[in-house]
Design a protein around this ligand. Structure first.
Ligand code: ATP
Length: 316
C-alpha cells in the first residue's frame, strides 16, 4: 500500500555528558547528532527495511546535511524534505539529572522545521503512502497540522492506516488548540504508542484498563504501551494482551528509545509480522539504542537487531 511516512521536526541534538542541574556544569557537550523524534522513528523504519519517507524541513547548512546524509544512508526517501534557504536547521540540547529525568532546550520555533508546508513533493508522496506516523511533539509546530491532516485524509481514503506516539515534552507548547489537535489525532489513529502517563492523557480517563477500553471505543485498534526497562505491552481490540520483556543492557543515553521502538515495531507490523515478533524487534531496537550516546546512534538494521536478540538476555 505504499511507504510509511512521518511528518515533523528534524533536528540536531547536542548532549551533556555529565549528569547535573545546569548546562554550565554540563561540559563537555557532544554532538551534533541527527535527531528529532519523527526523524529517529523513520530512520529506524528505514533500517528495518520497510519502505519509509520523511516530510519536514532542514536549513541549507551542515546540521541539515548531517540529517539528510543519515536518512539517505538508512534507506529513507528524503524527496519531501524541504531545504529552507533562509532558516537554520532546528536543534535541541539535552541534559540528564541525577534522578534519571532530563531537560531539553529546543530551537524549533525559529528553525526550518517551523515553516514547511504542503508542497507538490509532499502531495506526491502522501498520494502513494500507505501509513502515516505522527509524533505528538510535531504538534508544537502549527505549520505541521495542515500537512498532517491532509496526509491523513489521503491515506485514509486509500485504506491506509495511522499511528500516533503522543511523545509529550514538557518544554514544548501545548495550548488549548494543540490539545484539540491532539484529541483529533487520537480519534483518527489505528495504532497508539504511548508511554507512562501518555496512555491516560490520550484517553482522557485515569487507570490503565479504563484508558485502554476508552481508546478502543474511540476507534483505536491496537495500543502498545512502552514501559522503559520493563519492556512493553500490546493490547488489541479483541481483548488480547501480549507482554514483552525488556532486554538487559547498560543504559548510556535513554533519548530516542521510544522512537526506535516505535519505528521498529511499525516497520515489522507493516512487513506482516505478528505482534509478538514485532514487540521483540521493538524492544531490541529501544534497548540497543540506549547503549550508545546520541538519539539514534544505536538504532539497528534487521540483521543487527537479530544479532542483538540472539546475544542479549531478557529480563525475567
Ligand atoms: P523516549 O521518550 O526516551 O524516546 P519512551 O518513554 O517513549 O522513550 P521507553 O519506554 O523509555 O519509551 O522505551 C521504549 C522501549 O525501549 C521500551 O519498551 C524497552 O523495550 C526499550 N528500553 C528503553 N529503555 C530501556 C532500558 N534501560 N533497558 C532495556 N530496554 C529499554
Amino acid at each position: 500500500l505504499g511507504p510509511t511516512i512521518c511528518v515533523g521536526e528534524i533536528l540536531v541534538e547536542i548532549v551533556a555528558t555529565t549528569v547535573g542541574d545546569g548546562f554550565r556544569q554540563a561540559q563537555p557537550l557532544v554532538g551534533p547528532y541527527p535527531s528529532g523524534a519523527p526523524a529517529i522513528f523513520i530512520d529506524q523504519c528505514g533500517r528495518i527495511g520497510g519502505s519509509a519517507a520523511m516530510i519536514g524541513a532542514v536549513g541549507d547548512d551542515d546540521f541539515g546535511r548531517v540529517n539528510l546524509d543519515r536518512l539517505i544512508r538508512d534507506g529513507v526517501d528524503v524527496s519531501a524534505i524541504a531545504v529552507d534557504a533562509t532558516l537554520p536547521t532546528g536543534s535541541a540540547f539535552v541534559r540528564y539529572r541525577a534522578d534519571g529525568s532530563r531537560d531539553f532546550v529546543y530551537n524549533i520555533a525559529t528553525s526550518a522545521a517551523a515553516r514547511f508546508g504542503w508542497t507538490p513533493a509532499v502531495a506526491g508522496l502522501a498520494a502513494r503512502a500507505g501509513h502515516l506516523h505522527v509524533m505528538g511533539s510535531a504538534l508544537s509546530m502549527p505549520n505541521a497540522w495542515g500537512v498532517i491532516e491532509q496526509a491523513a485524509q489521503l491515506i485514509k481514503v486509500r485504506g491506509g492506516s495511522i499511528s500516533l506516539d503522543p511523545n509529550l515534552r514538557k518544554e514544548l507548547r501545548y495550548d488549548e488548540a494543540t490539545e484539540a489537535q491532539f484529541a483529533r489525532l487520537v480519534a483518527m489513529s489505528d495504532l497508539l504508542l504511548p508511554s507512562g502517563e501518555e496512555l491516560e492523557r490520550a484517553a482522557g480517563v485515569t487507570g490503565e484498563a479504563a484508558a485502554v477500553a476508552r481508546l478502543f471505543e474511540m476507534g483505536v485498534t491496537e495500543i502498545v504501551l512502552k514501559r522503559g526497562d520493563e519492556g512493553a505491552t500490546c493490547f488489541q481490540r479483541d481483548g488480547s494482551r501480549i507482554d514483552a520483556a525488556a532486554f538487559v543492557v547498560d543504559e548510556v543515553d535513554p533519548t530516542g528509545a521510544g522512537d526506535c521502538f516505535g519505528g521498529a515495531y511499525l516497520a515489522c507490523r507493516r512487513l506482516g509480522m505478528p505482534v509478538e515478533q514485532a514487540l521483540g524487534y521493538g524492544c531490541a531496537a529501544g534497548a540497543r539504542n540506549v547503549t550508545r550516546r546520541g538519539p539514534m546512534e544505536g538504532a539497528g538494521t534487521r540483521a543487527e537487531l537479530d544479532d542483538f536478540i540472539r546475544t542479549t538476555k531478557r529480563r525475567a
